[in-house]
Ligand binder design. Structure first.
Ligand code: MTE
Ligand code: MO
Length: 320
């Protein structure tokens, strides 16, 4: 029997409501696309092969006990159903929609000021690097938090692979662009694609981690599959999901939230309970599943590790 893989712009069955069919047709009209879209809405075409997971043999990875913490691990069900991923909508309930994201093929590009520019399949990249598990806190700027077991590799391992030039001062990371699937990306008032960046000494700090797995399995799509940053001493928006490109540069990248609301979200975005967001306090946070708030910690509890990165810098720049 012939089972066809849908094209990237195919409409999954459950999404083929009259409204989405209409929107897709309108988007494709003007060329042969209009006719194709009509054909795609038939149930036969919606049958798909399940997507093979990325490098499943790597999980569960051995836990690195250097990163243990004194908080309860967030229940998997909560961490995988309460998510921020604006590509799929500006609310927390995007986990089902995110399942439409195709992970194969997924090409990662490493470019800019490097000795070894490359383009490679994400599975080949992950298999080149040492995978381990770490327990990390995560503190969203909106004052909710979680503690999750990520699997993945230290970002500095990827930096090593790229062989950055001496002049490279920042690492800029970019999320995929697939507006036909990630419907949030059709909203033109957002500065797509999602961009984030770290200073080179932050990117090569031990704590900066590329998550490829979570809860002992390949990372789920709503949490940023196949590649998602975990920079736990910074507000959650720095931890970019669905990465397709790493660019080494001498220019400080302007991140997505900075482009959108620059007076509320800066480049450094280090966690500090004493520096309020312009519209709310950052003193406390609510762990997912908890019934009361707990105090937020300086650098989200990682001050001992990272404070040295910022010695002598203007605190006004560091904490928003
Ligand atoms: N590409 C992309 N990455 C993103 C976001 C996003 O909207 N798009 N949201 C960020 C924010 S604000 C947070 S708090 C975390 C949420 O991660 P989680 O859904 O896995 O808890 O992802 C971050 N990474
Ligand atoms: Mo966030």
């Amino acid at each position: 029997m012939l089972i066809r893989r849908p094209a990237r712009w195919a409409i999954p069955e459950r999404d083929a409501t009259p409204e989405t069919v209409f929107l897709n047709r309108r988007q494709l009209l003007g060329g042969a696309g209009g006719l194709l879209a009509a054909g795609l809405a038939t149930p036969a075409f919606a049958r798909t092969e399940p997507e093979a997971p990325i490098a499943p043999e790597l999980y569960p990875a051995k836990r690195n006990d250097a990163y243990k913490i004194d908080r309860e691990i967030t229940e998997k069900r909560l961490a995988t159903t309460y998510n921020n991923y604006y590509e799929f909508g500006s609310h927390k309930d995007i986990w089902e929609r995110a399942q439409d994201l195709p992970l194969r093929p997924w090409t990662v590009k490493i470019d800019g000021m490097v000795g070894k520019p490359m383009e490679l399949d994400v599975e080949d990249l992950i298999r080149k690097l040492p995978i381990e598990e770490r327990l990390y806190r995560h503190r969203c700027v909106e004052a909710w938090s979680m503690t999750v077991p990520w699997s993945g590799f230290a970002l500095k391992e990827l930096v090593k692979l790229a062989e950055p030039q001496a002049g490279a001062k920042f690492l800029r990371m970019e999320t995929f662009m697939m507006p036909d699937i990630a419907r949030g990306q059709r909203q033109r008032w957002y500065p797509w694609p999602y961009i984030e960046g770290l200073r080179m000494d932050e990117a090569t700090h031990d704590l900066a981690f590329m998550a490829t797995g979570v809860y002992g399995k390949p990372i789920v799509k709503q949490m940023g599959a196949p590649l998602r940053l975990a920079a736990p001493w910074k507000y959650g928006f720095k931890s970019i999901k669905g990465i397709v490109k790493f660019t080494f540069t001498d220019q400080q990248p302007k991140s997505y939230w900075e482009q959108l609301i620059g007076n509320e979200y800066g480049f450094y975005a280090n966690v500090n309970p004493e520096v309020d967001h312009p519209r709310w306090s950052q003193a406390k946070e609510r762990p997912l599943g908890a019934s009361s708030d707990v105090p937020t910690l300086l650098y989200n509890g990682y001050a001992e590790e990272v404070a040295g990165l910022y010695a002598g810098m203007d605190p006004k720049k560091l904490f928003y």
